[in-house]
Design a protein around this ligand. Structure first.
Ligand SMILES: [Zn+2]
Ligand SMILES: [Zn+2]
Length: 307
């Protein structure tokens, strides 16, 4: 399967891999057709579905009011921020269902110009060129992109998602990730999505792998690449990366990952997904194993990126 794939194909019953017409699929209320040139207008049935979803969201807000994932203000009562109505970047717009308008206004999308390899954003007047980190190290992945800058309310929301078990945040965050995928890579930008794995010990402690939850909105039924949840495994329970330098992170992650199911990635363009891109050490360690197992290329996608 490769970039030569065309629409109007079907899921293979033998491989279970998707090769269908992604332009027809929905993405949790956001129609992928919006990203496809010459897409036909929404059908009457789709319009009814969209209205029903809007009504159910309003009812849910009334019955089960949610606090902002960053500042804790009740979302239904949070005042609007003048000047931001309708102006949210697509990759951050889904977070409006978990962050209040004030906190959302403090989130920054990742936008060009940026390093074409690792996705490091530059000042608006800069021209896109490889950053010094990429020039010195030549990453194995072809590119890394993120929905937003890691900081402020987005950092708090990700912390709540991971450490306070606010699993309700998975849905808007997954939609945000999906929008970033469409914006940066396009609907046909990868053949399979693979989450960065947790070691079984940490998985038991936390109860979930945040990277896998972020892929909850992916799959052929949403017009996005299928997920191979166990293609990559963590073979060592490495100490937390927090506070380590880039070099220490690389050493810490040596031989920490392995591909357990090479058939799930062989000859495919892999989308590697995690919650945060920090120094690129995890993405690099995972990419090495995926390419060794026969993946054609690795693209990295995270919800947020450290600047
Ligand atoms: Zn807030
Ligand atoms: Zn770079």
């Amino acid at each position: 399967m490769s970039s030569g794939k065309k629409g109007n194909q079907q899921e293979s019953p033998e491989t279970g891999r998707y090769s269908g017409n992604r332009s027809k699929a929905f993405l949790g209320g956001v129609d992928v057709m919006e990203h496809t040139p010459n897409a036909p207008a929404l059908t009457g049935l789709a319009r009814v579905g969209a209205t029903a979803r809007r009504i159910s969201r309003v009812l849910a807000d009334l019955l089960w009011p949610e606090p902002c994932a960053a500042c804790g203000v009740m979302l239904a009562a949070a005042p609007a921020v003048p000047g931001r109505e309708g102006g949210l970047p697509p990759a951050l717009a889904p977070l409006a269902s978990c962050l209040c308008p004030q906190c959302l206004s403090l989130c920054h999308p990742i936008a060009v110009p940026l390093c074409p390899l690792c996705g490091l954003p530059y000042a608006p007047e800069a021209v896109g060129h490889e950053c010094s980190w990429c020039r010195d190290r030549r990453p194995r992945f072809v590119s890394a992109r993120a929905a937003g800058v890691y900081g402020g309310p987005l950092r708090l929301a990700i912390h709540r998602f991971k450490y306070s078990r606010r699993s309700g945040l998975a849905r808007p965050m997954s939609r945000s990730l999906a929008q970033a995928f469409l914006a940066f890579y396009g609907p046909e930008g990868a053949d399979v999505a693979v989450p960065v794995p947790l070691h079984i010990g940490r998985l038991r402690h936390r109860g979930f792998n945040q990277a896998l939850l972020l892929l909850g909105g992916f799959g052929p039924e949403h017009g996005l690449p299928p997920v191979a949840p166990r293609a990559l495994v963590r073979t060592r329970n490495t100490p937390p990366q927090v506070g380590l330098s880039a070099r220490e992170r690389t050493v810490n992650l040596k031989n920490a990952f392995a591909v357990s199911d090479p058939a799930a990635v062989r000859d495919l363009r892999v989308l590697l997904v995690d919650d945060v891109y920090t120094t690129g050490a995890t993405a690099e360690a995972c990419s090495r194993e995926l390419l060794k197992a026969g993946a054609l290329e690795v693209k990295v996608l995270t919800l947020a990126r450290v600047m």
